[in-house]
Ligand binder design. Sequence first.
Ligand SMILES: [Zn+2]
Length: 236
Amino acid sequence: MASDKGPLAADATLRRRIQPWEFEAFFDPRELRKEACLLYEIKWGMSHNIWRYSGKNTTKHVEINFIEKFTSERHLRPSISCSIVWFLSWSPCWECSKAIREFLSQHPNVTLVIYVARLFQHMDRLNRQGLRDLINSGVTIQIMRTSEYDHCWRNFVNYPPGKEAHWPRYPLLWMKLYALELHCIILSLPPCLMISRRCQNQLTFFRLTLQNCHYQMIPPHILLATGLVQLPVTWR
Ligand SMILES: [Zn+2]
């Protein structure tokens, strides 16, 4: 039975898979580790083949490493559409957002979907604008949900035998908080999510500060999904 085994030894992606501890350390939405990890999938045209790789930041950010690797490998075929999906531990900073837009403008056959585990320095005005610019240029950006954690575990992680379905379950609250903040960014609203870390016990804390503009502009189901927000009652 497949579920009794880890990834098959014959699996060509095995050597490119990351270790379970790496996945958990990089993609836990409560972790604020400095390094970033990128898991990515590339699909050409109507082909069913999906090429999967992983990368970590070096002296350069993972996004820049990807762009340099992709363009240097010279397997670009401008006449064939190319779908790229990124699973990023941190959302792109403003400089990477700019580089991604330049990359996409030079390669109009490429579409990019980005799933992020966390929003990188999301209070920074430039980073917020960078993400908005990316979305406005056609890039899809979403916060990783349980289905993406499940997908990454099965396809990018060298999980132990019998642990195929044992992807890490993180509190849904964190995914919903980041999804809420991403909505604020998209709608050009001020930040409502503050995140801090207490060094002595390594715990990550959040604070939600909602203003009238948030209540007015953010779809109620996004606010209510956090389970932390009560909408003002209107008496008729
Ligand atoms: Zn960057």
